[in-house]
Design a protein around this ligand. Structure first.
Ligand code: SF4
Length: 89
């Protein structure tokens, strides 16, 4: 074994380590994104409006049927305790 081969192995080893580390970070990021949303039951989500408030009028609403902070299928006419009215335009 000479110094050149040893250096090559060291560089290749670092490359594998960096690759594995990057993959681990990507997996952690995707898990974190999946876990960032709140369960519907935790925010008392319901499929109908409450006191004139509805998901389609909420700042967290993501058409056609999602919410930025609550998991799952969200009805535009739904509502939950995290309701935050959209800013007037
Ligand atoms: S009221 Fe707002 S925060 Fe709650 S589920 Fe509907 S869009 Fe999401």
């Amino acid at each position: 074994m000479n110094d050149r081969n040893a250096s090559r192995r060291a560089v290749l080893g670092m490359g594998v380590g960096v690759g594995v580390g990057a993959a681990a970070i990507r997996m952690t990021a995707s898990r974190a994104q999946a876990q960032e949303k709140i369960a519907q039951a935790m925010v008392q989500y319901q499929n109908n409006p409450k006191d004139g408030q509805l998901c389609s009028g909420c700042a967290n609403w993501q058409p056609p049927n999602a919410c930025a902070i609550v998991v799952g299928n969200i009805d535009p006419n739904g509502w939950c305790i995290a309701y935050a009215p959209k800013a007037p335009q």
